[in-house]
Write a new protein. Structure first.
Length: 327
């Protein structure tokens, strides 16, 4: 189903049997991972969009390449430590706060930023070489409350920090688009053969949970999946809209495939779901784009975009005749 969605949205994709977040940034250095899992940063992906709520359209963009200034240090102290001491800071952070591989999803009880950051401050003046899992565990231990000491030994804290860091930097594994399995450092562990279930899974040919061929019911669900339904609440940033044009080789809207018409509307923040909740037919899509082109022609010096507010989400929503035009 995910493959159908990506194809419908004209997106490149790769399938992984597990830990897909590890491989996101490995095929393209400029890739931006989209997820709700902080593990992406621990795997050293540099740019991540964290989706807080799909339905409320709330998200955060994290760029780990932003230069560190005094203002950045004052506002994002953890980020400053990341640049000072490296990605192991993020490893230890997720070990303390909790992640997919920690002993508890909630991390270490009674530890948090109020303990973590002061413990790091003990190494502000020293050489980076003095900071390791053992010395940081000791710094945490010096600052924890009694309930934490009742639950953990200093040795247990050190081992958790150490093992989580090793996993994210060396021991974790991921699969490439051929089904080959490699650790984080990129060396080959197991090469897939063309007739293995692993390769079939990477190509989307089997159920990723059961690793069995799709049932008749599952195939029906996949074949009827409509990517446009997932795009219903998306909104294009107005500042990034610069107009729309016909696909290469197409002389008119009638020459375009339905998928191309949808892509043209979606690219401008438009809606390809009708008021009845069903996918728009080709003639409906053409009407929307015809109106769009007419507005662009009438107002060549102004940006034209689709108004996607929930209150104005009809086929022809609202036309603003002041500064910007929208349909």
């Amino acid at each position: 189903m995910c493959i159908n969605v990506c194809k419908g949205m004209f997106l490149d994709y790769a399938i992984a049997p597990a830990e897909a977040d590890m491989q996101v940034g490995r095929y393209n250095d400029s890739a931006i991972a989209v997820c709700c899992d902080g593990d992406l940063l621990a795997y050293d992906n540099k740019r991540v969009i964290f989706v807080d709520s799909y339905f409320k359209e709330t998200w955060r963009y994290v760029d780990m390449t932003v230069p560190v200034t005094d203002d950045v240090r004052d506002e994002y102290l953890l980020y400053w430590y990341y640049h000072k001491f490296g990605v192991r800071i993020i490893h230890w952070w997720v070990a303390v706060m909790g992640c997919d591989i920690t002993e508890s999803d909630c991390g270490m009880f009674y530890l948090g930023d109020k303990t973590f950051l002061p413990a790091l401050s003990a190494f502000d003046e020293g050489a980076a070489s003095t900071l390791n899992s053992a010395t940081f565990a000791a710094a945490l231990w010096d600052r924890v409350i009694s309930r934490t000491r009742d639950r953990y030994t200093i040795d247990a804290i050190w081992k958790e920090l150490d093992w989580v860091s090793k996993w994210f930097s060396a021991d974790g594994t991921y699969s490439n688009d051929l089904g080959d399995i490699s650790p984080v450092n990129g060396t080959l562990i197991k090469r897939a053969l063309d007739d293995t279930i692993s390769v079939k899974q990477m190509k989307g040919g089997v159920n990723p949970k059961t690793r069995l061929p799709f049932s008749v019911k599952e195939n029906k669900q996949i074949s009827t999946a409509r990517p446009h339904n997932l795009l219903h609440n998306l909104a294009k940033a107005e500042g990034s809209i610069h107009g729309v044009s016909l696909p290469a080789g197409k002389a008119s809207l009638n020459d375009c495939r339905v998928e191309e018409l949808k892509a043209m509307i979606i690219a401008q923040g438009g809606n390809v779901t009708g008021n009845d909740g069903n996918a728009m037919r080709k003639e409906q899509l053409i009407r929307v784009l015809t109106a769009f082109f007419q507005l662009e022609k009438q107002h060549p010096t102004q940006r034209v975009y689709f108004d996607r507010t929930r209150e104005k989400n009809g086929l022809f929503a609202n036309i603003d005749t002041s500064v910007q035009k929208m349909i």
